[in-house]
Design a protein around this ligand. Structure first.
Ligand SMILES: [Cu+2]
Length: 118
């Protein structure tokens, strides 16, 4: 009787050992812990317009404006201001705080857009 109990105990111990490598290999298949991936949202500047001119993004994401027009533009809003963007240049803003951010091009004041940060 004592011997039988020992055998059951050994089997449980073996099962535990056998389970350990499987668990660790599963864990090692996970992506390494690193900084959270920041999503980027693209706005193109084309034919004197921001496209899209309205955007809604979660807080923490980035908005990237790229000047695909033939003339320079800027992107200026509350808390952010790009330099003058020549054609082909881009400007990235990290949307850290929730709120509505209306922005414009200071070179062409009819060019307006907004980003809603949630
Ligand atoms: Cu402009």
């Amino acid at each position: 009787m004592k011997r039988k109990l020992f055998a059951i105990g050994a089997a449980v111990a073996l099962a535990a050992v056998a389970g350990a490598p499987a668990a660790s290999s599963r864990a090692s298949k996970k992506k390494p812990a690193s900084a959270p991936v920041v999503a980027k949202h693209a706005v193109k500047i084309s034919t004197m317009k921001f496209v899209p001119d309205q955007l809604s993004v979660p807080a923490g994401d980035e908005v990237v404006w790229t000047n695909e027009d033939l003339v320079p533009h800027t992107v200026v809003g509350p808390g952010f201001a790009s330099p003058v963007l020549s054609p082909g240049q881009s400007f990235t803003w990290k949307a850290e705080k929730a709120g509505d951010y209306a922005y414009a091009c200071t070179l062409h004041t009819t060019m307006k857009g907004s980003v809603q940060v949630q």
